[in-house]
Design a protein around this ligand. Structure first.
Ligand code: SGN
Ligand code: CA
Length: 529
């Protein structure tokens, strides 16, 4: 049929209008979908502190201190009572969190200078690829530049408390201030300039409360007038334990340095004790006001100590008070800074669509068994704090007793963001345990542990082990010695019952399970007897 050019023209115009209409419609749809999607995909704030023992978070109920801001995460979310690490040490734990894999697969088994291979798949990288804006602020400790972040500003190595250097996307600069406050300040700077059209994931990884436990000036006198209760296992004599517990070098009564740890000497012209050079370099960092504040805070107490000529248990108890108070003082600033960031989320109407995680790279001994530091598979260092809030998903104020691990965190965040979880990751998404109370039917029934760094400054022997709901089996493979604990009857792990025939069946079952877990996690060493 013939069509007049006019009709054709009209038809063409109609078609064009329709095309424009559909194009605009689909553009609007896409835009609306994107907005909906970006609203749906939660933001993530992941706090990871260094050496923060769960005993020093008031929500865990130990009564040592008061951490109202971290507690808020538990009040508005959930607190995990049984969160474990793969290896209780800084670099291995960070690598495990990032990759969701054990150290023998991600390459970081100790702190001894192993370089993290940044080409590996990590959860921040996958979030970034899926459209998240990603940032990392604070302690990194993995000896290579971070990958997978739009922005990073990290401490070199362990970092220091006062006037720390930070490396910002590769450029190193000395900053003025206290490390815990600075870390938050830099996190807020980044949040303020981020692209608000995208969801974000920021890792706020604090240096505190790592050794040498330097408080901020605000808290130098906190706890001055109180006596912190000692843990009931402080005077443990390791009677039933194997060699490892006897040979460690992390005893409060013996292994803390007078200057650096106990802060007995601020006059460094003639300092006794070890680590003098280290201590001097920290003192040199103080401004005159900070130096004076520190000297003022410790002078009178130190004079009283020298005049008292303490020995034996009295001396040990004094050292415990000095140690625990400094430790808790540095925790206090961490808590304040968590509060500042939670308030920021609220002030910017971000709190309802942000997952907040608080955890530590491992647990820590606060005098239990007479110790400071970590490394052992005993509960205080094997367990780590883990608190998660996610409004609308996690029921506020709940406690979660499932066996969970640091390698679960990355998978959880990927799952929450709707990103596929790579099969090579060895943890499990926590969404099923976050969304429902109780234990999902196929949830893990035991946790595998492997510590590698024997012979270092704290001399903890290499070991592997397995922990179930009730029992724990540890194998110190260099020493070829076993330990077995019934955690229900002996929660403080004072009574190694490995040789006890009454537990024969349970011990055999755990030995079998240990072998199965080595296979499951593809850990080739050690070959078990
Ligand atoms: C430093 C500390 C140790 C601590 C390790 C590992 N000594 O070497 O006490 O165990 O870090 O800590 S210090 O005198 O230098 O403070 S970790 O958190 O990085 O694994
Ligand atoms: Ca640590």
């Amino acid at each position: 049929m013939y069509k007049s050019p006019k009709a054709d023209n009209i038809h063409f115009k109609k078609l064009k209008t329709m095309k424009t209409f559909y194009f605009t419609l689909s553009f609007i749809c896409l835009h609306v979908c994107c907005i909906a999607q970006s609203h749906k995909r939660p933001n993530i704030v992941f706090f990871l502190s260094d050496d923060h023992a769960y005993q020093a978070i008031s929500a865990y109920g130990f009564g040592l201190n008061n951490t109202p801001n971290i507690d808020k995460i538990a009040k508005e979310g959930t607190l995990f009572t049984r969160a474990f690490v793969t290896n209780s040490l800084c670099a291995p734990s960070r690598a495990a969190i990032l990759t969701g894999k054990y150290g023998h697969l991600n390459g970081i088994m100790g702190n001894g200078g192993e370089v993290f291979n940044g080409a590996q798949t990590t959860f921040p990288k996958l979030l970034h690829e899926s459209g998240y804006q990603t940032a990392l602020i604070g302690k990194w400790h993995l000896n290579s530049d971070p990958t997978g972040f739009d922005y990073w500003k990290i401490l070199p190595g362990q970092g220091i408390y006062y006037q720390p250097d930070f490396i910002e996307n590769g450029v190193r600069k000395t900053e003025t201030g206290y490390v815990t406050d600075l870390t938050t300040e830099f996190a807020i700077d980044w949040l303020n300039q981020r692209d608000t059209s995208k969801p974000f994931c920021i890792l706020v990884w604090q240096k505190a409360p790592h050794r040498d436990w330097l408080a901020s000036l605000t808290y130098l006198h906190l706890f001055d007038s109180v006596n912190i209760p000692m843990p009931e296992t402080f005077y443990d004599n390791y009677k039933t334990r194997t060699r490892a517990a006897h040979e460690q070098k992390m005893q409060i009564d013996r292994d803390l340095a007078d200057n650096y740890d106990l802060k007995l000497h601020f006059d460094i012209s003639n300092p006794p004790g070890r680590l003098d050079e280290n201590w001097k370099s920290f003192l040199d960092k103080f401004t005159p006001e900070e130096k004076k504040a520190f000297e003022d805070a410790y002078r009178v107490k130190n004079e009283a100590f020298f005049n008292a000529h303490l020995s034996g248990k009295e001396l040990a108890a004094w050292k415990y008070q000095r140690y625990i108070k400094d430790y808790l003082r540095s925790v206090q600033s961490v808590d304040d800074n968590v509060g500042i960031l939670l308030q920021y989320l609220k002030d910017h109407q971000l709190d309802n669509n942000t997952i907040v995680i608080y955890s530590a790279d491992q647990g820590f001994y606060l005098g239990e068994h007479g110790w400071f530091d970590k490394r052992f598979m005993y509960e205080e260092s094997f367990r780590t704090p883990l608190l998660i809030k996610w409004p609308g998903v996690v029921t506020p104020g709940t406690k979660n007793n499932n066996l969970v691990m640091n390698i679960d965190i990355g998978e959880t965040l990927l799952d929450a963001a709707g990103v596929n979880i790579p099969s090579e990751m060895q943890g499990a998404s926590l969404l099923p345990v976050l969304k429902k109370s109780g234990t999902p039917a196929n949830w893990r029934k035991s946790v595998y542990y492997h510590y590698y760094e024997s012979g270092d400054e704290h001399n903890v022997a290499k070991h592997i082990g397995v922990r179930t709901d009730r029992y724990k089996l540890i194998y110190f493979y260099e020493n070829k010695e076993w330990e077995f604990y019934d955690l229900e009857k002996d929660p403080n792990e004072l009574n190694n019952v490995f040789g006890n025939l009454a537990y024969k069946k349970e011990i055999e079952a755990l030995k079998k399970n240990l072998k199965e877990l080595q296979q499951k996690y593809k850990d080739p060493e050690p070959v078990l007897p």
